[in-house]
Design a protein around this ligand. Structure first.
Ligand code: PLP
Length: 456
């Protein structure tokens, strides 16, 4: 390892890379380098896993059973192609076929649809499959701009961009944080997009899928719902049901509200779409597709089928309660007039507390993990220093917390941001609050928290 590498082009933070090199120099043997990795993993587990309030909206803790499957033997086996003896290149895959077919059928059940694919390593790749299968260079698409919650997936810098499509913004109403349907109709009728792909990373309320699909059906446009964030809410029946409202394809992340292993899913109903979608997945985007992950995904689908309705409803109740409590503690939250949220997120306006970057880093010092976020009044180029903070309730909910706990969490956040208390002091109370809460619910080992059993 020569230190001349410090001068080469890096996308990563040079200091952090240099720190890794100095750890390697100081320890000196591959075995100790491996130990350094394991130590960092353990430090993360003890801090993030046990002592933090993880309020990142795109993050979910998997059940112990799902997590255990992620290190199972089956994940070391080569299996590519479609399910079934003659479809695979390799012999010896009969149990793998069993696991994968259960996964596919469980996903179809979870999403009440005719087709699902389990081989996507990320939702990003699901979107890639959509663009590859249904767009040509030069085609026109419409998607949501980032300050209103849109995601790079469907913009020039993501999968959509790699396909060379021309993108027009779906117009939004700033105050309602809803699609401006009249504006959309006008723009869509002018540009006749082949695809309208709605992928909302900031997602508070359902989208007018029915109305938008109707409009683009005038020229045979397809509505794609990129439900990376909302997949669990959709499956649990707590948000909207895009495939029943006119969307022809639903993509989703398995590791956001769906609370399974980080990876992707894609669902659809029309048999005419099956070949273009699956031909793109295999052999274009996935060869071996991590069968351990498929097993974990299958079990998490079973969990959502069994516990999803209650779990997801509680996630939404917690968001509403958290939004209200934050507002009451002096932290403005978007869409107070609409009850703050119908999803797993609330968005706080934190410009007066130093902006999203500063607020998120102060909170992290108090063991409260959130992320900076663009809000409608920000410009796309404000992405590194936006004025919002996105706060999610998935993990808190799975740890058994309810509306009352959201008041406590809002109190911690207010102590850091509003009262400007030393975050390290607040961290002590966060740890006291968090340490007794280590059980993950809404799975087959620990079904419901005690308060929920008493309620039902
Ligand atoms: C998170 C997200 C993705 C990417 O999902 P991965 O599973 O992380 O690949 C795609 N689209 C939207 C709207 C997202 O929020």
């Amino acid at each position: 390892m020569k230190d001349t590498v410090t001068t080469q082009f890096e996308v990563h933070d040079r200091e952090v890379l240099a720190n890794a090199r100095s750890i390697m120099r100081a320890t000196g043997s591959p075995k100790m380098w491996a130990q350094a990795v394991i130590d960092a993993v353990k430090r993360n587990e003890e801090w993030r896993g046990e002592r933090c309030l993880n309020l990142l909206a795109p993050e979910a803790p998997t059940s112990p059973m799902v997590r255990a499957l992620l290190s199972s033997e089956i994940g070391t086996r080569a299996a590519e192609g479609n399910i079934g003896r003659v479809n695979r290149w390799f012999a010896g895959t009969q149990y793998i076929d069993e696991v994968e077919s259960l996964c596919v059928e469980l996903l179809k059940t979870a999403f009440r649809c005719n087709y699902a694919d389990h081989r996507l390593m990320g939702s990003m790749l699901g979107n890639m499959a959509v663009y590859h299968a249904f767009a040509q260079p030069g085609d026109v698409i419409m998607s949501a701009p980032q300050p209103f919650g849109g995601h790079s997936s469907n913009r020039y810098d993501g999968p959509a961009g790699t396909r060379g499509v021309k993108i027009f913004d779906v117009p939004f109403n700033m105050d309602e944080l809803e699609v401006d349907l009249e504006g959309f109709a006008k723009l869509a009728r002018r540009h006749k997009p082949k695809l309208v792909v709605m992928g909302m990373s900031m997602t508070l309320f359902p989208l007018p899928v029915r109305e938008m699909s109707q409009i683009i059906s005038e020229w045979g446009g397809k509505f794609i719902f990129d439900g990376a964030h909302q997949a669990g809410l959709i499956s649990g029946g707590q948000f909207q049901d895009p495939l029943n409202e006119g969307a022809v394809i639903l993509t989703g992340s398995a590791g956001k509200t769906f609370s399974g292993p980080q990876s992707g899913m894609i669902m659809w109903n029309d048999s005419g779409l099956t070949k273009p979608i699956t031909d793109t997945i295999f052999p274009a985007l996935a060869a071996t597709h991590q069968v351990n992950r498929v097993a974990a995904l299958a079990v998490s689908a079973a969990e959502i089928i069994e516990f999803g309705a209650f779990y997801m409803a509680q996630i939404v109740k917690n968001s509403k309660a958290l939004g209200k409590a934050l507002d009451e503690q002096g932290i403005p939250v978007l869409c107070a007039h609409k009850g703050y949220s119908q999803s797993h997120q609330v968005i706080a306006r934190v410009k007066q507390f130093g902006g999203g970057l500063e607020a998120a880093h102060r909170l992290a010092k108090a063991n409260i993990i959130t992320n900076k976020n663009l809000v409608p009044e920000d410009k796309p180029e404000d992405w590194d220093r936006p004025s919002g903070l996105r706060i999610g309730t998935i993990e808190a909910t799975r740890l058994g917390m309810n509306e009352k706990d959201m008041g406590t969490i809002a109190g911690f956040i207010a102590r850091v941001l509003v009262e400007k208390e030393d975050p390290e002091e607040v961290a002590k109370d966060v740890v006291d609050f968090r340490l007794p809460k280590q059980t993950l619910y809404y799975n087959f080992d620990h079904e419901y928290p005690v308060w929920a059993q008493e309620e039902t």
